[in-house]
Design a protein around this ligand. Structure first.
Ligand SMILES: [Mg+2]
Length: 228
């Protein structure tokens, strides 16, 4: 499986795509409001109102994805809080099955995440999936969030790729829009990023439910043999 030059590169998002977003929802929407209320001596309602105002202000920026930013903003060590609850991090359905299939069939795999370097590091170590990927990059390294074309320009500069020969899977529509603006054509969203929330009904991109559904889009003939 060493010669993989003819296979397209598969670029994955991490949270909400490979990993269940229920963990992040728990950290940011349940646990942080409790910790913030304890620290700042306010009610949970006040805490949630304050935090949601911060969330609105910083959503889709690099700050949003930065543990350091949030730690200084809310005075709760959010990285330590995430690590404390790392046992709640979980794979989305058929994640390892897809990664194994792609690895065994010689597809180059990259991980491109908006998680900051510290958050990325602990999740990769905890879940043990780093070895699947030829390239692992955080938008913190590039200096732009994936929502913006500058991220993709920066990624290509760091790790050259052919946008026409890439499949990119991400649960955030604004991120997919950024990739589309850059010229990536094969784009997929996720039907249910968080197991704690209802599946999406509509999306502007084809949605994967079980991650192994991607295989049918890569090589329909092979799928008939392997998964018939
Ligand atoms: Mg995501």
């Amino acid at each position: 499986m060493s010669n993989c030059s003819e296979k397209p590169t598969i670029i994955f998002d991490m949270d909400g795509t490979l990993l269940d977003l229920a963990y992040d929802d728990f950290i940011w929407n349940d646990l942080l409001p409790i910790r913030y209320a304890e620290l700042h001596n306010c009610s949970i309602e006040q805490s949630k109102a304050t935090l949601y105002a911060f969330y609105q202000e910083h959503n889709h920026t690099l700050n949003w994805y930065s543990s350091r930013f949030w730690t200084s903003k809310v005075e709760v060590d959010v990285l330590a809080m995430q690590i404390e609850h790392k046992n709640k991090v979980a794979f989305r359905p058929n994640c390892l099955e897809l990664l194994d299939y792609l690895k065994n069939h010689g597809y180059p795999m990259w991980l491109a995440t908006n998680a900051d370097c510290a958050g990325l590091k602990f999740k990769l170590e905890h879940m043990g999936i780093a070895d699947y990927f030829d390239v692992i990059v955080s938008s913190e390294q590039i200096g732009h969030a994936k929502e913006f074309i500058e991220f993709w320009q920066g990624l290509n500069k760091l790790h050259p790729f052919n946008a026409k020969h890439v499949y990119f899977i991400d649960d955030t529509e604004k991120v997919l829009n950024g990739a589309k603006n850059y010229g990536i054509e094969h784009l997929f969203s996720i039907k249910q990023p968080s197991s704690a929330k209802a599946p999406r009904v509509t999306c502007n991109y084809p949605m994967l439910d079980q991650l192994t559904e991607l295989i049918a889009h890569l090589n329909p003939a092979e799928v008939e043999q392997k998964y018939a």
